[in-house]
Design a protein around this ligand. Sequence first.
Ligand code: G3H
Ligand code: 13P
Ligand code: ZN
Length: 324
Amino acid sequence: MVNYKDLGLVNSRDLFAKAVKGGYAIPAYNFNNMEQLQAILQACCESASPVILQISKGARKYANQTLLRYMAQGAVEYAKELTGGKGIPIVLHLDHGPDFETCQSCIEYGFSSVMIDGSSLPFEENIAQTKKVVEYAHQYDVTVEGELGILAGIEDEVKANAHTYTRPEEVENFVKATGVDSLAIAIGTSHGAYKFKPGEDPKIRLDILHEVEKRIPGFPIVLHGSSSVPQDLVAVINANGGKLKDAIGISEQQLREAAKSAVCKINIDSDGRLAMTAGVRKVLTEKPEVFDPRLYLGPARDMLRELFIRKNKEVLGSAGHAWD
Ligand code: G3H
Ligand code: 13P
Ligand code: ZN
């Protein structure tokens, strides 16, 4: 058993309380490799933002859980180097935990926060599973995110054709019965790069968010599927041999509005993938003689860093809040 506190990590409790009060959201960026992790840390240190490093089931399979955990531990030291010794608050979070056993294993490996995703279960079963994880996690002061409502799109190989919006009348009961520290809700965001069809109104249901907030004032709310699919990145990809047709994301202005309320964690993965892909494709197209991975992954990492700095400053509003 490794306790995250011994690794220099923090749980999400204080960060969320400050974010809700301050009207901003903490970025939750997914990583699967070293370059993504470097870009996240460089961006968050440069913009003085706290950060949640997210590891999905797919990332654990791709990169190995042990390796990722040591990378997160290294991230604490790297952040200190980048900030003249101060460091920034870093949460190591399991994204979309599928069951109790996975959450337990991550907690034993030094994660400081876990999500138990029972959103596809019937309400009472979701409560029972989430409560079990909370009871275990809280013994180690690990924070837990639960979910109510189903995002449309693909999530862990399961495809939902339509949104099942969170029912505001259920949230109070869920939060009380489970003891969760934060709640992910479905208000029209979705995973991946194709969130809306051309011609559709690309809006999320902020009215549902406000209704939820009325029922559980000040309780930390999480938005998954919050990539905005920047069209300049899509254009770079398509101009360099890519084929992303009609990729549409969430409006950054709507996200900014959500972050000003009780939304205190915003999950972004796809936008990072787009930035890396744009960077790699551009170099390999413009310089076909290149074969040193550092020469294409380095520029891709720089594009990712710039993207995340902008997100922290202009979308999440977390820039400058590392040492609140
Ligand atoms: O919510 C899903 C995240 O974007 C992680 O995706 O399971 O392909 O790593 P992944
Ligand atoms: P995006 O696919 O919109 O980046 O969502 C990521 C996410 O929700 C990770 O849990
Ligand atoms: Zn998600």
